[in-house]
Design a protein around this ligand. Structure first.
Ligand SMILES: Nc1ncnc2c1ncn2[C@@H]1O[C@H](COP(=O)(O)OP(=O)(O)OP(=O)(O)O)[C@@H](O)[C@H]1O
Ligand SMILES: [Mg+2]
Length: 270
């Protein structure tokens, strides 16, 4: 049974999104030329938000699949289901997107089982076809169909990697932590905190990110900064908010936690 989480977003209102560079133009060009797109970047830096924003901007539905190591080609393409009335075919999220001209977004694509490349390859070169082995159909992707994949190059499991023959089927964009000014605008836009607090939080995040001595798997994300700002805006104690939303999620190591809290005290303490 599929454990893929598929969701559809088709809001007429654009989600709040602040561009990091010219990714909006790149995405629009890729879409226009029917090219698939790969987005790489650390956790919480805006990849998913960007795709939902672009989908709304281009007025396309988006089917999001969170990939995991049990995710198979059938989870993407579909399978026969057995019911009392008999057996019938049920499209998976990729097949639905191909038929409807939607955006199919495969999040953390490197996690998926290798058999998924068999279905992704003919869809991501100039053939743009999806053969449904089980039903004998060969679907030609609708012109509005777009495949977008993302992954975090920082994760260890990248050793599993993506084959060059897969990577080289995509136009690729690299995301990173936003610049200080941009991150302040994001924090303000997401939470409504004032500019002074946003600036202090971004300074704190940058101070935490520049700590080199500690073995953190990944630095504090914009997502965590937004969480922290939300807690403080809601009246929660600022130092406790920093601990709960900016420090504890980064590490389980007590010594590292204490070192990070020292930075919080220095940068943020009253
Ligand atoms: N450029 C941006 N514009 C608006 N909000 C942003 C931006 N970047 C980050 N955010 C904020 O950070 C949060 C996390 O972003 P998002 O969920 O898109 O991260 P992600 O890159 O998909 O992370 P993951 O790899 O963990 O899935 C968003 O919910 C939003 O609050
Ligand atoms: Mg995401």
């Amino acid at each position: 049974m599929s454990t893929a989480t598929a969701s559809e977003t088709a809001s007429p209102d654009l989600p709040f999104y602040k561009p990091q560079g010219d990714e909006i133009a790149l995405f629009e060009h890729a879409y226009k030329h029917q090219l698939p797109m790969l987005i790489k970047g650390p956790t919480g830096c805006g990849k998913t938000r960007f795709i939902n924003y672009m989908a709304a901007r281009l007025n396309r539905p988006v089917y999001t699949v969170s990939c995991h190591d049990d995710l198979t080609a059938a989870d993407l393409v579909g399978r026969h289901l057995i019911r009392e009335e008999g057996t019938f075919w049920s499209d998976g999220p990729l097949t639905r997107a191909v038929r409807e001209g939607a955006i199919c977004y495969l999040d953390e694509v490197v996690e998926a089982r290798k058999d998924t490349t068999v279905v992704l390859h003919p869809l991501t070169d100039d053939r743009r076809i999806l053969p449904l082995e089980r039903t004998g159909e060969i679907l030609h992707a609708s012109p509005e169909f777009m495949l977008v994949v993302s992954y975090n190059p920082g994760y260890q499991n990248l050793l599993k990697g993506m084959k060059p023959s897969t990577r080289q089927r995509f136009v690729a964009a690299r995301f990173d932590f936003p610049s200080s000014e941009l991150e302040q605008e994001i924090v303000i836009g997401e939470t409504g905190v004032d500019a002074t607090l946003a600036r202090r939080l971004v300074n704190l995040a940058n101070a935490l990110r520049s700590l080199k001595d500690h073995d953190l798997e990944e630095a504090a994300s914009t997502r965590l900064l937004v969480y922290t700002a939300m807690l403080i805006k809601g009246g929660y104690d600022p130092l406790k908010a920093c601990r709960a939303a900016l420090v504890e999620p980064l590490t389980d190591d007590e010594e590292t936690t204490n070192a990070l809290m020292e930075v919080v005290d220095v940068t943020f303490g009253i």
